[in-house]
Design a protein around this ligand. Sequence first.
Ligand code: CDP
Length: 234
Amino acid sequence: NLPRLLRLFCQDSTMNKPIPVIAIDGPSASGKGTVAQRVATHLGFHYLDSGALYRIVALASQQAGIAWSNAEAVAKCAKQLRLRFENEQVWLNDQDVSEAIRSEAMGKGASQVAVHQALRQVLSSVQHDFRQAPGLVADGRDMGTVIFPDAVLKVFLTASTEVRAQRRYQQLLAKQQAADYQAILQDLLERDARDKNRASAPLLMANDGILLETDHLSIVEAVERVLENYQALL
Ligand code: CDP
């Protein structure tokens, strides 16, 4: 439809250029959320945590008694969501779900609902709506490949499975939640396999993307690399 098309190709009126998008994709626990948020803050850009959308759908489906494997019902449920994003908080039908969607169970549920093409279609327009001046940093699995193929910078942020499992383990301990390293490692392997092997928008690096291996890179260094790459384009 026309309004959406217009928004998609929206122009920054002062520059007469498309609103820039920096896409940061990568597997679970690669640090992309933290890096993307810091890059957005530094540039004064908006931030899209696309994984949160899949987590919300997993939670809403569960609350409605819909199985995560039911493609049609999950997509329908997503269409009816009333969502509100406020700073760090996410509201679903007037319920603050910011904490609830962060559980390991919802991470797992998110990766199960995310295989459905019908759902990805529904969430596609929600994600495009985040593209607002002066710019957007979007993090996820398919930001550079599917949702924002015209992103000015596409970063694929990754790390070895062991390093990612160790990071997730430390995150849970810091939040004083129960953490079992072996279970986390197993879960990451399963999630990686599901994300990489699904037919619809699988996790993969964009052809025109840059690879950022973070095994030996701190968050601060990773943020600097992204900013350097972006500034080199200006
Ligand atoms: O925090 P973590 O990286 O583990 O997960 P997330 O970014 O919140 O995403 C949760 C799940 O949603 C992923 O395992 C993916 O299966 C799915 N997802 C997706 O398919 N496409 C996106 N753009 C973002 C997330």
